[in-house]
Design a binder for this molecule. Structure first.
Ligand SMILES: Cc1cc2nc3c(=O)[nH]c(=O)nc-3n(C[C@H](O)[C@H](O)[C@H](O)COP(=O)(O)O)c2cc1C
Length: 421
């Protein structure tokens, strides 16, 4: 459906744990299907790649639990299968349940997780960019050689957290390093995104808040020595569209009224590590520190200083499409609101959420897209005979590999200069 409608891509969130912070157990999350059950999205993408040509795939994987050597192989494989249509949303996880079930006593602190992730990135860059020279794979029947061993280099990584002496397991894929997404927006998260991200997911309760977050992020990119425009900012928004404004409002109200409050609070509790059952529903929640997702707490406190949010109001906000703001109205209203977000919040793209799936997508495609295209806000769908491009080329036309100022590029020198090992 998305391929046919000309969507640029589909994004998969992921979590290696389940939500068991609310009331100290997983009951609400299981009953209300709050991010549960959750299949491995990378496996699903390999199937989706086979039946699509232009649609790209963003997928979340944690840099906290899986060894970088394995993750590098997984993404190279996906990049081959999708012909360069894959991106990795780098997360540092938030779930104590994940930590416990993966053999840890408890989670590392957020700072420790980001320290680990920084070294993790060095390892995967070395594997993706520095291990195989450009012409290492010769497939030469004359000399009976598949890979020229002189052109494959061990990465010799010996760091604080990881030891990877050898070379990459896969031959280079179309993008080598998959497009790197990131989403954490604590100050440490921003610094990490400023250094590594090529696209960043943001979320906000208002256009003004999104603009502030985006400006901070571009500042972090500058501080990391990159051009502030070298990162694409993608805002999470839910569009509730119907033929008229009144019908759309009715649809929105119905979603709020029928939303499973426990399941929503179970998700929010899981993300933030704060058991929302311990708070009065109608007393404003002030900013609190957490070992889990700080930006999720800050979104309803620090990042929105003009308003005091109560748990009930947070749940109602989250009820429609999750953590994104909602745009509710006729196709014309949706178009003018999306235009406002683009122009005033200075965002480059939208991660579109929904009330139901695939109903929300069907409504958007049938009702909103024709109007958005008529107004020139969304590009036309690719034609049948159009050649597909990689995800990176979609975001940064003409660039197959990470941009020059990106840290992945520093590991490229050896493969381009052709130095021997
Ligand atoms: C918009 C958004 C989407 C996120 N998606 C995921 C996800 O799919 N899986 C996950 O484990 N963490 C996800 N996170 C969590 C962050 O990547 C990060 O681990 C968490 O927010 C803690 O870092 P922070 O304190 O810097 O925000 C998301 C965060 C945000 C803000």
């Amino acid at each position: 459906m998305l391929e046919k409608a000309g969507f640029d891509g589909i994004f998969f969130a992921d979590n290696l744990g389940y939500h068991d912070v609310f009331r100290g157990n997983g009951d609400a999350a299981l009953r209300d299907a709050a991010q549960f059950p959750i299949n491995d999205p990378t496996v699903l993408i390999s199937g989706m790649a086979a039946v699509t040509k232009h649609l790209t795939f963003g997928v979340t994987c944690s840099a906290t639990y899986e060894p970088p050597y394995l993750l590098a192989r997984k993404f190279t494989t996906l990049d081959h299968l999708t012909s360069g249509r894959v991106g990795w949303n780098i997360v540092t996880s938030y779930s104590e349940a994940a930590a416990r079930n993966l053999g840890k006593q408890q989670q590392l602190t957020p700072e420790e997780r980001y320290d680990l992730a920084d070294e993790y990135m060095d390892v995967v860059y070395k594997l993706w960019e520095g291990s195989f020279e450009e012409d290492a794979v010769v497939r030469d029947t004359e000399s009976a050689t598949y890979v020229d061993p002189n052109k494959v280099h061990p990465i010799n990584h010996a760091g604080t957290h990881f030891s990877v002496p050898g070379f990459h397991l896969c031959e280079p894929s179309p993008q080598r390093t998959p497009v790197l997404f990131q989403a954490g927006s604590s100050s440490r998260g921003m610094a990490f995104g400023g250094k590594h991200a090529e696209a960043v997911f943001i979320q906000s309760t208002s256009v003004e808040g999104a603009k502030r977050t985006g400006a901070k992020l571009r500042q972090a990119v500058t501080e990391a020595g990159r051009d502030p425009q070298d990162v694409r900012i993608v805002i999470l928004l839910t569009v509730v569209v119907a033929p008229t404004d009144e019908e759309a409002q009715a649809k929105y109200q119905k979603a709020v009224e029928t939303a499973p409050i426990d399941g929503i609070l179970a998700r929010f509790s899981g993300w933030t590590g704060i058991d929302m059952s311990e708070y009065e529903l109608d007393i404003p929640l002030r900013s609190v520190g957490t070992k889990a997702g700080q930006s999720m707490v800050d979104m309803f406190s620090k990042a929105d200083p003009d308003r005091d949010w109560t748990p009930r109001q947070i749940a109602e906000f989250l009820a429609v499409g999750g953590t994104g703001s909602s745009i509710v109205g006729s196709p014309e209203t949706v178009a003018s609101e999306l235009r406002r977000w683009r122009d005033e919040a200075d965002v480059d793209g939208v991660n579109l959420s929904y009330i139901t799936k695939p109903g929300g997508w069907e409504d958007f495609i049938e009702l909103a897209l024709p109007e958005l295209r008529a107004q020139g806000l969304v590009a036309q769908a690719p034609t049948e005979d159009q050649e597909p491009v990689t995800l990176r080329e979609k975001l940064f036309p003409g660039h197959k590999y990470a941009l020059e100022a990106h840290p992945a590029a520093q590991y490229r020198a050896r493969r381009l200069s052709g130095a021997s090992r």
